[in-house]
Design a protein around this ligand. Sequence first.
Ligand code: GLC
Length: 452
Amino acid sequence: MNSNRRSVPDYWEWFTEGRYGAFIHWGPYAEYGRGEQVLFREHMDQRVYEERACRWNPRRFDPEQWAYVIRKAGMKYACFTTRHHDGYCLWDTRYTDYSSARQAPGRDYVKEFTDAFRAEGLRIGFYYSWADWRVPAFFDGPEKDPDGWETMRQYMHDQVVELLTSYGRIDHFFFDGAWPRTHAELGSSELVRRMRELQPHILINNRLGAAGPGRTDHADGGQGAGERADMGDFGTPEHRIVADPERLWESCQVTTWRLWGYASGERWRPADYWLDLLCECAETGSGGGGNLLLNVGPQPDGQLPPEFVERALEVGRWLEVHGEAIYGTDGGALTDFVTRGRQTMKGNCLYLIIRFWDGQPELRLADLTTPVRTVTLLTTGQRLAFERQGDDLLIRGLPAERPTRLFPVIKVECEGRPATNSWGKQRLWAGDPARIADWARTRGTSVKAGRR
Ligand code: GLC
C-alpha cells in the first residue's frame, strides 16, 4: 500500500488501526460526584475519605455491560484506573489492604474489567498513578526521607509487576502523576525494562517522571503529569490535540467539560463534539499517530452514566458506516479544507468529513493533483458525478438534506496516493508569501484602486 505510515512493530498495529479507546476513571471518589481529585482539591481529612472509601460498595457494576457499550461505541481498547492518586486499588493487590478486594466490595475489579473487555475483543490498558496522596514519602522524596522513599518506590514497582503478571496480556499502560519526582527517583527506566520483559508487546506512555530536579518536562500546562519527550512509546497530550512528530500519540479528552471521575450535574459534550475530537486526532495524526482516548467516569453504583451511553452509541453507529474514514487512516489535512470539515487518508483514498453541510448540490475541492477514479457519498453509498477543472475537483449531485445528523463523508478514490499542488501544502500564514502576492496581483489593482 502506498502510504506515509510510520512503521511500527506489527504487534502495535492494533493501536494505529484502532484509533479510538475508552479511558475509564472509577474509584471510591465517584461517591462524592465531584471528580477524581476531590480528596486533594477539597483538602479533605484523609481519614474521613478513607473511611468512606472502605465502605464504598457499588451494587450495579456490570463489566460485561461496560464492555458491550464500549465495543458498540466503536472503541477498540480501554484503559482502566487501577489506582488513582487517592491510593485506593481496584485489584486484589498483595501489597496493601486498601483495595476493592479487601474492603467492602470483596471484588477484584481489575480482573472483572479485564475478563469482560477481552471477551468483547477489546484491547486492555491499565492506568496507574505514581502519586499517592496518603504517602508523605512520595512528596518528601529520597533526600528528605530515604527509607520511606525506598519503601514507596518498591511498593510502586511491585504493584506494576503484579498488574503485569496477574491478568494475562496487557496492551497499554498509562502512568500518571509523577510530579514532583524525577524519572531517576522513580526508577522508571528500570521499571520499564522489567515491564517489557513481562509484556514484550506493551505500549507504555510517556509520564515517566521529570528529567531532573525542578524540571517540569510535562506538556500539559503545568499539571505535573511528568511527561517526557524522550521516553515512552506514546505521547499523551491532555485536553489538547497536538501531533507528536517523533512517535505515536494519544490525546486524552473528557466527555463532559472538565473532570475525569464522575461529576453529578456536569454538562455533557454532545456526540458531534466527541466525533469532532476523533476526526481531528485522525486528521492531525500523520504517519500513524493520532489516537483519541475518550473518558467516562462511571457512577458510584457502577453504572455507566446514561448520557455517556447514548452519545457513545450514536458515534458508534456513525463509525459502523464511516469507520473506514477513521480506522487505520494515516493522517489527512491534504488540502486546506477548514471551510468544510476535515480530511483523512488511507492508501489511494481521501475522505472528506463534512462538518458544515450547506445543502448545495456542488462541492469544489481545490488543489488535488492526483487523477480521481470514483467519488462516493459514503453515508448513503451513492456514487457521485465529478469533473476535473485543472487542480479543482467539482463534485456534483449532493443531496440538499444532510444525510446524517453527524458528519457526512465523501470518499474520493484516486489513481494513486492523493497529492496536492503547492497551495494545498502551503497554508495561510505559512509557506511562500510570493504565491499570495502573485494571486493578489491577478486583481491587477493596487490598494488605491480597489474598485473598477
Ligand atoms: C491528570 C490528572 C488526573 C487524570 C489524568 C488523565 O494528570 O491529575 O486526575 O487522571 O490527568 O490524563
